[in-house]
Design a protein around this ligand. Structure first.
Ligand code: FAD
Length: 475
């Protein structure tokens, strides 16, 4: 039974006879998906068929082949998994709201379910579907752990104001969901011809797929297990070192919904320090399995618990704070969305001389005077991600070397969304707004160009990690 607080009724009424349709959008997975579970629950209760439809938009906020390729390969796996459960999957190509409305009519669906996103484009699509269909339409927050609209009714100012609100509700929502049971007598339509779908794409192909980066639920689960084994033990100590390999690399999977943040959080909370496991052996009854939020008494175990806490702060508090910003600030993707103090302070420094001035193209080509910055940009172009610490430096320097803070905001967002596999995410809008405009931060002491926005420099990076090694690794 899905907690009703995860559900928003976009259109009310009684479901009519006909299949239950899950319009999958942001949460592109089968397991641990509240929206799919709710649709299945309703289908079983009504004795109706369950169908899943995905609408493939010909364009999506600047997404390139890199993103479409990752998404389509993930959806191929989704279709296969659904097929094994007797659940039909249909890919609809064209304008998403128009296509889903057409499919509601042609399939005779009696209830429409979809997943939640705070982003404007998704909200607009849903509004136009709501106005065009005559059946009930439910939206389920399958992405967050604590449903975004429940967590806070207003824009939160900082992690410190949001943390207690999320923590208060976490115990109620951070629970494993049941596996999806097969559907009896389900009929599965003809499988999608994915090659034909790919050949019809009219998107920007100038940014290609990231070699070796496997999408989908299986790859996300594998990435999580590897992170718990290899990265988590030293996460607290080494998360700011881009050479350490301590970060999870899960953000593209979380972005496309290939894994639920709740599954990641539970996996991390339930894991045990490798040293503790090695010294006690797996047969020790306290050697694993149960929820462990407390230390085991050894120094390694304490360090492991500190890593868990540090990771959960990022995954739960910071990530869901980004959702809150996009849900509660209609200007989340523009410079105007920033706080008054930040815009005013930046405006007072508009005319300050810059150490260097670059336009979009020079940034894109990684041709600034700063080897460290260029290395970060090369990492982004080559791997579809930048390590979290370097991502901050990367965006701060775009502010420092752009003609205006507004242009810096737009350049950082454009590059992020064009190259990052996890781009177009609430975390991306917030990351850029934090770096360029002090979002969720406080005013710092005044300095040129930055005004009261927090400053970063290469010396700070050198204190945290081996800068030469990082530059060398990016080629
Ligand atoms: C300028 C800038 C742009 C960014 N753009 C994006 C983006 O497009 N997409 C994106 O997912 N993240 C973005 N971030 C946030 C953060 O840098 C990435 O989430 C993180 O680096 C992803 O790597 P990881 O999964 O290995 O992180 P880990 O350190 O392993 O963290 C695990 C998860 O916690 C969450 N998380 C970690 N750091 C943050 C943070 N600072 N804010 C919010 N959530 C966080 C993410 O979901 C991440 O996957 C941006 C940050 C900045 C400063």
């Amino acid at each position: 039974m899905i907690d009703p607080r995860c559900i928003t009724e976009l259109r009310g009424g009684e479901a009519s006879a006909g299949p239950i349709l899950y319009w999958m959008s942001r949460d592109q997975r089968v397991e641990q998906n509240r929206a799919l579970l709710l649709a299945r629950e309703r289908a079983v209760a009504a004795g109706e068929r369950l169908l899943v439809a995905f609408t493939l938009s010909p364009t999506f906020i600047g997404a390139t082949l890199r993103h479409y390729d990752f998404m389509l390969r993930g959806l191929e796996e989704t279709e296969e998994r659904l097929g094994r459960l007797g659940i039909g999957f249909v890919l609809l190509e064209g304008d998403p709201p128009a296509e889903i409305v057409r499919f509601v009519l042609s399939s005779g669906a009696g209830l429409l379910v979809t997943d939640y996103s705070p982003l404007r484009i998704s909200r607009r699509w849903k509004e136009s579907v709501r106005d065009a269909v005559a059946i009930p339409f439910l939206e389920v927050d399958a992405h967050n752990i604590v449903p975004c609209l429940l967590a806070s009714p207003k824009q939160e100012w900082a992690a410190r104001t949001f943390r207690p609100k999320v923590n208060r509700l976490l115990g109620e929502f951070l629970r494993p969901l049941p596996p999806v049971e097969p559907v009896e007598n389900g009929t599965v339509p003809e499988p999608t011809d994915w090659e034909a779908v790919r050949s019809r794409l009219t998107i920007d192909r100038s940014v290609g797929p990231v070699p070796g980066m496997e999408p989908g639920e299986a790859a996300a689960g594998e990435r999580l297990r590897r992170f718990i084994r290899e990265g988590l033990p030293s996460y607290a100590e080494r998360k700011n070192d881009p050479n350490a390999g301590a970060a999870s690399g899960l953000s593209p999977y979380l972005h496309f919904g290939h894994i639920w943040a709740g599954e990641v959080a539970l996996g991390v909370m339930n894991s045990r320090s490798p040293e503790v496991l090695n010294s006690r052996g797996p047969e020790d009854p306290s050697g694993g399995g149960e929820l462990s939020l407390f230390g085991d008494g050894t120094a390694q175990a304490e360090a492991f618990e500190a890593s868990k806490a540090s990771f959960l702060e990022e995954l739960v508090v910071r990530r869901e704070l980004s959702e809150n910003y996009c849900a509660r600030n209609p200007l989340y993707d523009s410079f105007e969305g920033l706080a008054q103090w930040a815009r005013q302070s930046l405006a007072e420094h508009d005319a300050d001389p810059r150490e260097a001035l670059y336009g979009r193209e020079e940034f894109e080509q990684a041709s600034t005077h700063d080897e460290l910055w260029n290395a970060a940009q090369r990492e982004l172009v080559r791997t579809g991600t930048i390590h979290g610490y370097m991502r901050m430096y990367w965006a701060k320097k775009i502010l420092e070397w752009s003609p205006s803070p507004r242009e810096a905001f737009e350049t950082a967002l454009w590059l992020n969304d064009r190259y990052a596999l996890d781009g177009r995410d609430p975390n991306g809008y917030v990351g850029v707004a934090w770096a360029v405009g002090g979002l969720h931060d406080r005013p710092w002491f005044e300095r040129p160009v930055y005004g009261k926005i927090r400053y970063m420099n290469e010396a700070g990076c050198r204190r945290k990690f081996d800068v030469r090694r990082y530059i060398g690794r990016q080629g």
